[in-house]
Design a protein around this ligand. Sequence first.
Ligand SMILES: [Zn+2]
Length: 459
Amino acid sequence: MSRASRVTLLGAVNEVTGSCTLVDTQDARVLVDLGLAQGVNQAGTRNLALPDIDLRWLDAVAVTHAHVDHCGRLPMLVPHGWRGPVFCSEPTADLLRLILPASARLQRTQLAEWTTRKERGIEVPDAPPPVLYGQPEVDALLDMLVPLRPDETASVGTMTIGLQSAGHILGASSVVLDTPSTRIVCSGDLGRRDAPPIPDPTPCPPCDAVVMECTKGGDVDAQSTEPVQGLRALLARAQLRGGPVIMPSFALGRTQQVLFALREIAGRGELPMSVYLDSALAARATAIHAHWPDGLHSEAAHGLDDPLHFDGLFMLRSRRASKRIDALGGPAVIMAGNGFGQGGPILRHLARWLPDPDATIALTGYCMPGTLVGHLETDPPFVLIDGKRVDVHATIDVLDCFGGHADGPALTQWATAQAADATIILNHGEAESRASLAAHLQAKGCTVCRPALGDPVEI
Ligand SMILES: [Zn+2]
């Protein structure tokens, strides 16, 4: 009798970071994603331990996309002697060559900052932020990448591995694992429909089991306006105040969505101020988008030399260039990392402009509770930046028109259009979102599992 296939969630259980799923069939064992845990919940120290699996019998890794909560621990496999292969889409491979070295640098920087703050008597967490790997481990991991074209599959024993568009960010893919007897799909993060420059997600194909993210499983998007309209209105409000717009942005995903909308506004001759992208990482990630027009939404892919560039956009790629805009006085948009305000040049810009009543702080994405941006969303009288009190007199303007994740109805539609008979295993969502989407799917007659961390589901 043949052994059943098993799916085991090894991360992102009742939370939205640290994705890692083991698919164990009689044909092959594949790990899908190995991401960093992020946020305030002891994430740093939790990242130190790899999932408890014997890497000697792991046949392959597949990466859904290049956000660090899905790929950020991959180089940790190297010191354990694992030698690949690591399958991903072609754009994801390009982005990993950018993101993983940046992740290694960031870990070193965070440790140096922690040490400096401790020496200066500024309050810091008890445990120093861990350095999980260095550039040699990153280089070895990047050598293992096997990029797959959209129509290409790879074989691991008698299993085939294929990818299909998940929307979300450039190159993001759902992983389709086929054995002679079973098909298992891992959704990765699923994006919204009609959210250029990112393409729409492809519905889940017929399968036996699907591991589906549910970041926004309990939500129905309350998108009050579309991105170009929403952003144009925000710029008009900011222009009346007279000061700059400070926009905390993640380098990969939200930055490109905002640039695409700004490009549209600029194309109509309606951009009222210059735009400064103060992030070398975001500038390079943006350039990679132009290399993969087939990986973009049709609105962005056709007839545009560079879908994310426009007159009035200035990419700042050095600290010196970043410092020069400290002297800006009038209207301008300053986009900088990172999106949660946990580090990078955005801290300097926020410290400079939060006390100014003429300035606007534009929040365009998920504001994780416990982070600086999470505090700002509540419009507090003051915040602490680098241990110093900074009064908040700027206007906090929250935009709900951008999003990188499908909401509950869209997730349901994605899963049930062709795969309503599959066992649906929910991961990558807070407990509430997971329960809410499970109830919704069960009401439609679906079989839904919400396994605990490390508990295998037999297929
Ligand atoms: Zn993601």
